[in-house]
Design a protein around this ligand. Structure first.
Ligand SMILES: Cc1cc2nc3c(=O)[nH]c(=O)nc-3n(C[C@H](O)[C@H](O)[C@H](O)COP(=O)(O)OP(=O)(O)OC[C@H]3O[C@@H](n4cnc5c(N)ncnc54)[C@H](O)[C@@H]3O)c2cc1C
Ligand code: FES
Length: 343
């Protein structure tokens, strides 16, 4: 039976290939072509008897610069619904509903020395960035990749091949806990100190990310160089469309005013107090990034350079992002009269 899209943004794609990566991780390659950037993710709609469906995001492990179809890698979460459903049920030739590539975990430049830090399934966006940087740049890249054991290591053969084919450009620090112990801040700092001034991208379990961030702080890496992807299970319906809302006279009379700097364009619009920034910008016909609409994926991240906002959910931001003035457009509502936002 053919699927029908539930949202204006979503599309139905066919699974071209299913690859067993490890005993608890599978890659799904899609029979489609997307315009995407290394490090981005797609969101899949997974059927559920309980709730009708759930939405889950999965990073693309492929590089847009390689002549390959896009794919995601799903690692089973113990007790998790969607990851196990996908690994148990999604087969070659099946259709799946997908929100197109999104996300801000994208390198500003692929031709700078990089430090890539990944653990477990956190390798997927890092693999995309690594492949893209190796093909598009010529700078040295260090990948530190932590796993429980060799058998648990997703893309072990692919990364080994990249290491062999890019001697001098790629250094891989394999960190198997079975030999080296769980990476903590001290042991990571000892290994990472030569790379303190590099653009750094990290993704993995919470404890790994916390240890990496502490290690980077200890070795003196400037916070502005550090970028992370936070994995979370989406709680809302990411497939719901943003419905443009007609501003009432009362809302307009009480609205704040926001000046937006977006991709070189500057404009000022009214921002009704009980509406999110994404809502007002989409209603105003402005093309701004968003995906989950529930404050969890950080696709809508932007910087507040003037004014204040409230956010019901801000899980997609870490405390450092918030200190630096970053907000989530899908959650932000104005609590000042005049605001400025930079995308
Ligand atoms: C931008 C982004 C990119 C991502 N990329 C990837 C990727 O490339 N690969 C990947 O594998 N994942 C990725 N994820 C994570 C993925 O979206 C899911 O969160 C993950 O697959 C778990 O979903 P699930 O439905 O299987 O687990 P869930 O059912 O959501 O459960 C998650 C965890 O919570 C526990 N849990 C669930 N219910 C309860 C309960 N009632 N009480 C206690 N514990 C509970 C489960 O045991 C499980 O460990 C990404 C997430 C984001 C936001
Ligand atoms: S769109 Fe996902 S956090 Fe805002």
């Amino acid at each position: 039976m053919s699927l029908t899209p539930h949202s204006e943004r979503s599309q139905i794609v066919k699974v071209l290939q299913v690859i067993d990566e490890t005993v608890d991780a599978k890659s799904f390659v899609f029979a489609t072509e997307w315009d995407y950037q290394p490090g981005q993710f797609v969101t899949l709609r997974i059927p559920s008897d309980l709730t009708g469906s759930v939405a889950r995001s999965y990073s693309l492990y492929t590089s847009p610069f390689d002549a390959v179809r896009p794919g995601v890698t799903v690692k089973r979460s113990p007790g998790g619904y969607a990851s196990n459903w996908l690994c148990d049920n999604l087969s070659e030739g099946d259709e799946v509903e997908v929100l197109p590539p999104a996300g801000a975990f994208v390198p500003e430049s692929l031709d700078v020395p990089m430090l890539l830090l990944a653990a477990g399934s956190g390798i997927t966006p890092i693999m995309s960035i690594l492949s893209a940087a190796l093909s598009q740049g010529s700078q040295h890249i260090v990948l530190l990749y932590a796993n429980a054991s060799d058998a648990d290591t997703i893309f072990y053969d692919d990364i080994s091949s990249l290491e062999a084919s890019h001697p001098g450009q790629l250094t891989v620090i394999w960190w198997q806990a079975e030999y080296r112990g769980i990476p903590d801040a001290d042991s990571l700092a000892a290994v990472l100190s030569p790379y303190h001034s590099r653009a750094t991208y990290l993704c993995g379990r919470d404890e790994f990310m916390a240890a990496c961030k502490e290690a980077l702080r200890v070795i003196g890496t400037d916070r502005s160089l550090v970028h992370q992807e936070i994995y979370a299970s989406l709680s809302g319906d990411a497939f719901a469309d943003v419905v443009p809302h007609e501003t009432t006279d009362a809302e307009a009379a009480d609205a704040a005013s926001v000046t937006v700097y977006n991709l070189g364009a500057t404009f000022t619009i009214a921002w009704p107090r009980d509406r999110t920034l994404v809502d007002v910008l989409i209603a105003g016909g402005h093309d701004v990034p968003y995906s989950c609409q529930s404050g969890e994926c950080a696709t809508c991240i932007c910087r507040l350079s003037k004014g204040t906002v409230s956010m019901d959910v801000s899980d997609g931001l870490d405390p450092e992002d918030k200190e630096d003035g970053y907000i989530l457009g899908c959650q932000a509502k104005p609590t000042a009269d005049e605001l400025e936002v930079e995308y």
